[in-house]
Structure formats: C-alpha cells, structure tokens
Design a protein around this ligand. Structure first.
Ligand code: FAD
Length: 345
C-alpha cells in the first residue's frame, strides 16, 4: 500500500468506566492543528462497551468524525482486545497519523498496536509539528528532504537532550503524547458527532486475560495538573516540616503545593505532587518555584506555565532563565513575608 493512501489524523479517545480521559481532548486539540497543516481532518477512535454516548463530547472538542468500536469484550481495558480493535481500525481506515495519550493504558496499547501494524512509534512526545525531515543518505549518495512529515519531539538520554524523530517510510506515523502537554480547544457546545460504527469481531481467541477484580486507587492528593496556582518547593525548602511555609502561601493564594523530584526522593511529599519529566506536566496560571534549582528535567514539566516566579538564594540558579520574576534570597524570610503581605491585602 502506497504511503499517500494513508489520510487523516486519528486520536485514540481513552475512556475508563465511560468517562473520557482529559488527554483525549488535548490530543484532539493538537490533532486539529496537524490536520489543518495537512489539509485533512481529525477523527477520534472510541473503543469500549456502551460508549457511543460519549461521541458528542469528542465532537465538542474538535473531532470531525468518531469511529466507535463497541463490544462487550471491550468493557474494561485489556491489551489483547483493545489492540485488536485499534489495529483493525488502522488497517481498515488507514490514517496518516495515529496519536495515543502516554497514560498507563496508552503506554501499553500504543507499542502493541504499532508492532501489529508494522510501523514505528515515538513514545512520550512533548511536541508534535508538521515539517520537512532531512533523510541523510549513505556516503556517496544524495540526501533527501522528506516533506510534510510528523516531527515528533521527546526528551532523550535522561532528559539531557531533546530528540526530533520522524517515521518517513511507514504509515501511520504513531506517537504517544504526555498528558498535560497539548492544549484542548474551547468546547463547541452542542456539536454533534459524525459517528461511524465499526466492529472487527472478537473471537474467544482474543480472551487472553480474564479480569478477576479491579481495585481502584484512592487519590489522597490534589490533582496538580488542574491547579491554577502551584506553589512548588524543592530541596532548598530543607525539610518536610518546613513545607508548612509553602502550604500557608498556597492557602492565601487558593493554590496547591507541588514539588521537585528531590523532595519526593527525600520522602517529604508524595510522588503525585512531583512536577517534571518523570512527574507531571503542569501549565498553571502562576507557578512559584521555591528552592528549586531549575534542572532541565524539572523545567520540562513546568516551562509552559503562564507566569513563573522563582525564589532562590543563588542568583545563578538556572530556574531564573525560565522565570518571569525572580527573587534572590532566603526562602525562609521571603515566603512568610509574602504570605503576610498577601493576607493583609
Ligand atoms: P537542587 O538541585 O538541590 O536545588 C535546590 C535549590 O534550592 C538550589 O538552587 C539552592 O540554591 C536553593 N536553595 C537552598 N536553600 C535555599 C534557601 N534557604 N532559600 C532559597 N533557595 C535555597 N527532577 C524533577 O524535579 N522532576 C522530574 O520529573 C525529574 N525527572 C528526572 C529524570 C531523570 C532521568 C533524571 C536523571 C533526573 C530527574 N530529575 C527530576 C532530577 C533533576 O535532575 C534534579 O536533580 C532535581 O530537579 C533537583 O531538585 P531541586 O531543584 O529541588 O534540588
């Protein structure tokens, strides 16, 4: 099959218990941009049991079309039937681009499906663009410029470099994308989905795993990906107890406390609150970085915040390179003074 026969941008619309994951909306937002650049449209692939009712929500967030694979076998996520469903959709509808959220489910599903449809996959992308990709030829041969490729960017070598990867010889071009990185569009209320139902058939051979019981994780901490104001602390805060200073500041601001990996490694705060490459990607209106040096792996998770305010005693700390406002000094003096001043307002 010629590569030109693959058309359209497809997004895997992850749902659990008939609730769509926010990353599906984020991918639709990005998918729309990519589709515009390619002169094509964006399709959501909705897989599950009794999920058709979610299609209009996907239309509200930008899906031009929704392919629904609905079957009792697909009630709860299992690799085998879901991979069969998505690979069959790809083989039938031939998308040029297939995007999947880098959630626990997406990290399992994406690579399984890419192997099955014999294409590549770039995992954990932080940026996607359409552009030209230079294909460097063997010595003595001429290099070639491949046009309109999906340029997939992700941190590599432990976050020490950023790699841009393309998939020029196979289709679809597949990527998993970190939740929180792409922006969803403002929902178009009342949009109705153009639904295409498709069922590749599920034979008993697909039943490799039987689910005996599902134990839901109890969330004990705030969702820092949804907070509008984050008061984030690093190793410089000094101790678990001293995080009280940041909690007080967060309280007067109506914000939430988050942290760097050093804080999690010290056992001061739980990993749910970690921002960065191996933590969460956040995009709040205001991000306070307090006693955080600004290592590349931390910055990767917060640099798209609308306003960054850094407090650090070291004026050369790299966090000041990404900060909009910087305060050089001891956080033990600055943070309580700020809290008191805000309280007085
Ligand atoms: P430090 O680098 O120790 O910085 C502490 C800062 O506090 C210093 O700048 C210091 O000047 C300042 N300070 C000290 N005392 C005071 C005071 N009294 N007043 C004001 N300022 C003070 N890190 C993450 O955060 N998130 C990740 O997801 C992540 N993923 C990683 C993935 C990989 C593969 C690797 C290799 C590393 C990762 N890291 C991550 C770790 C990262 O490289 C840094 O080690 C970490 O971010 C450092 O945390 P920190 O800034 O809190 O601590």
């Amino acid at each position: 099959m010629a590569l030109e026969e693959y058309k359209g941008v497809f997004v895997f619309a992850q749902q659990v218990d008939n609730v769509l994951d926010g990353v599906a909306f984020e991918l639709l937002g990005k998918g729309k941009d990519l589709a515009k650049d390619l002169g094509t449209d964006v399709t959501a692939v909705l897989i599950g049991s009794g999920v058709k009712g979610l299609a209009d929500q996907l239309a509200e967030y930008g899906a031009d079309k929704v392919i629904v694979v609905d079957d009792p076998e697909l009630k709860d996520y299992r690799t085998e039937p879901y991979a069969h469903a998505l690979a069959s959709v790809i083989n039938e509808f031939k998308p040029e681009i297939m995007l999947v959220g880098a959630t626990a489910i997406g990290r399992d599903l994406g690579p399984t499906v890419s192997a099955r449809v014999k294409t590549g996959l770039t995992a954990d992308c932080t940026s996607l663009e359409i552009g030209d990709f230079p294909l460097v030829a063997a010595p003595g041969k001429e290099s070639e410029q491949k046009h309109n490729q999906l340029l997939m960017t992700r941190p590599a070598f432990g976050g020490n470099t950023i790699a841009t990867i393309a998939c020029p010889d196979n289709r679809p071009q597949m990527a998993t994308v970190r939740p929180g990185v792409m922006q969803k569009i403002a929902p178009i209320s009342g949009a109705k989905a153009n639904v295409v139902e498709y069922n590749p058939g599920f034979t008993p051979n697909n039943r490799y795993v039987e689910i005996l019981n599902i134990v839901k994780a109890v969330k004990s901490t705030a969702n820092i990906m949804e907070a509008k104001i984050l008061v984030s602390g690093g190793r410089g805060v000094g101790s678990k107890e001293n995080f009280k200073l940041l909690e007080d500041l967060a309280e007067v601001l109506g914000g939430t406390v988050s942290c760097s990996r050093a804080v999690v490694e010290n056992g001061w705060l739980p990993v749910d609150l970690q921002v960065g490459q191996t933590g969460k990607t956040v995009r709040p209106q205001i991000y306070f970085a307090i006693g955080i040096s600004g290592a590349i792996q931390h910055v990767a998770g917060m640099e798209d915040s609308d306003l960054i305010i850094a407090i650090n005693k070291d004026e050369d700390a790299p966090i000041f390179d990404v900060a909009d406002y910087g305060l050089v000094g001891d956080l033990n003096k600055i943070v309580p003074a700020l809290t008191t001043a805000l309280k007085a307002e």
